[in-house]
Write a protein that binds this ligand. Structure first.
Ligand code: CMP
Length: 142
């Protein structure tokens, strides 16, 4: 299995709930290492640029407004099949549809306030890691 890196964001709702540690624990107990991290309060420009792929979607403004409503915790996770593994741990985008025991089922309230973001594929992971951690390469195995 491939060792990968993926970008994860703990969103303002989960930071405000004081569950960064609980979410980190889920990563760590499921074989994902935190290899970079920083807390940030994003500007509208940064959030809009990060989510530029969604800029034509009806939820774009609400998404940006929510992402700048408080600090976020941003990390790079590394491990076997890290991209899919992180998405499995997060659960479905809409917490009402997320499987029991997933991060979103346990910590999220709504599709906007959905606790976490995770890259959805290898190309996206490369772009998203570079966005927040410039100069950090996507891991290619050891
Ligand atoms: P995230 O994984 O961060 O990627 C884009 C975000 O847009 C998503 O999580 C949701 O929080 C938000 N969003 C709001 N409405 C929708 C929707 N209808 N479909 C997908 N994402 C949505």
């Amino acid at each position: 299995m491939a060792i990968e890196r993926t970008l994860s964001i703990i969103k303002p709702d989960a930071v405000a709930k004081n569950v960064i540690g609980k979410i980190y624990s889920r990563f760590e107990t499921n074989g994902l290492k935190i290899v970079a991290s920083k807390m940030a309060w994003l500007s509208a420009q940064e959030a809009g640029q990060f989510y530029a792929v969604h800029k034509e979607r009806p939820f774009f403004k609400d998404l940006v407004d929510f992402m700048i409503s408080g600090p976020v915790m941003i990390q790079v996770l590394e491990g076997e099949n890290a991209i899919a593994k992180n998405r499995e741990l997060m659960g479905a985008t809409d917490p009402k549809k997320a499987d029991p025991g997933t991060i979103r089922a346990d910590f999220a309230e709504s599709i906007d306030a959905n606790a976490v973001h995770g890259s959805d594929g290898a190309d996206t992971a490369a772009v998203e890691i570079g966005f927040f951690f410039p100069g950090m390469n996507v891991f290619s195995g050891r």
